[in-house]
Design a protein around this ligand. Structure first.
Ligand code: SF4
Length: 333
């Protein structure tokens, strides 16, 4: 949706008061966006950081506005939002790639390419697909589950579109920037993952980055082996709330003869866990918190998958990324 389409939708639902959620990277546009909507609506902007369509803020806000307009993310289709939420996606523009950047795929004898993309780069997939096909590659785009809006899309917590084609590809090419999505895709598959970075205009195999990530991650999570007191955390954000999973992990910890408490949060604050004086945390919300924020916490913070692997509850000994799959998410109960 663009801004004009959102205005039409807001008119249809007779909205009077709206909340704008603007990611940090777009906050410099906040005054323009506020002025754009405030001619027609009573507007308030959330200053709180948020990281995806799984997070529409604190439930207390819902009763005070008629709709939320979120910028920079795409809808997560399996979330049942408690009030209308309209998403204005921001797509990357200007693409012009030299054929030679794809030589690395030819040199590595890749023929069947699974094409993936994070949502900001989704519009570029067709351009990349056409280019790869002209260069003689067979391009396959995987089916998304209900947590993803688009075929071939990946989220930091969902790689279903990669899983769906793993038998048919020699490697994946992910259109993205940064490493997190690529490492996640690599850990979800035995096939090689290459990142096409549109800012750098380069294609790189991320095996070394993944190995480095794993070494650092193992060093962190192994410290939890000796933990006696655990906090098992449920994040109350609408698309991250995994109560059953948290309860399941809590029971497992108790069955090991260790101590554990169940904790809720809508913004994991390292100091809270220091005050709880726990030795380790298992965080069942966004998998990125355990990994991106690992250095902010004094104690190891494990994803549920890491916990199961470390304490032998997972028959598969291989490290895999924690994923939130295609179940329906409703308001918190
Ligand atoms: S749970 Fe985390 S990775 Fe998944 S959509 Fe939300 S912010 Fe992104």
């Amino acid at each position: 949706m663009d801004k004009e389409e959102v205005l039409i939708e807001l008119k249809k639902i007779n909205a009077k008061k709206i909340l704008l959620q603007i990611p940090d990277g777009l906050k410099p546009d906040a005054f323009d966006l506020f002025n754009y909507f405030s001619g027609l609506y009573s507007v308030i902007i959330s200053s709180t950081s948020f990281y995806g369509a799984c997070d529409i803020g604190n439930q207390e806000v819902y009763g005070k506005v008629d709709a939320i307009v979120q910028f920079g993310h795409s809808e997560i289709p399996n979330i049942k939002y408690p009030i209308p939420v309209f998403f204005i996606e921001y797509f990357y523009k200007n693409i012009d790639l030299d054929d030679s950047i794809f030589d690395i795929l030819k040199n590595d004898k890749i023929k069947n390419v699974g094409l993936l993309s994070s949502v900001q780069y989704y519009n570029e997939m067709n351009y990349v697909k056409t280019k790869l096909e002209k260069l003689g590659f067979n391009v396959i785009i995987g089916k998304n589950d209900k947590r993803l809006k688009y075929p071939g899309q990946v989220l930091g917590c969902n790689f279903s579109s990669a899983h769906s084609i793993s038998l048919f590809v020699d490697a994946y090419l992910l259109v993205s920037t940064g490493m997190f999505h690529g490492i996640g895709a690599q850990l979800s598959s035995d096939k090689s993952v290459y990142i096409l970075d549109l800012n750098e205009k380069s294609v790189n195999n991320i095996k070394d980055n993944t190995d480095k990530f794993l070494r650092k991650r193992y060093a962190k999570i192994e410290r939890a082996m000796d933990a006696k007191k655990f906090c098992v955390v449920m994040d109350t954000k609408i698309g991250q709330y995994r109560k059953k999973l948290a309860e399941n992990i809590h029971s497992k910890i108790i069955s090991m003869g260790k101590d554990a408490i169940l904790v809720t949060t809508d913004n994991a604050n390292p100091l809270d866990f220091e005050n709880f004086m726990c030795d380790a945390v298992v965080f069942t919300g966004c998998p990125r918190v355990s990994i991106d924020d690992e250095d902010k916490f004094k104690m190891p913070v494990l994803t549920p998958v890491e916990f199961n692997m470390l304490f032998g509850f997972n028959r598969n000994k291989k490290y895999v990324m924690d994923e939130i799959v295609s179940v329906d998410y409703s308001p918190i109960k």
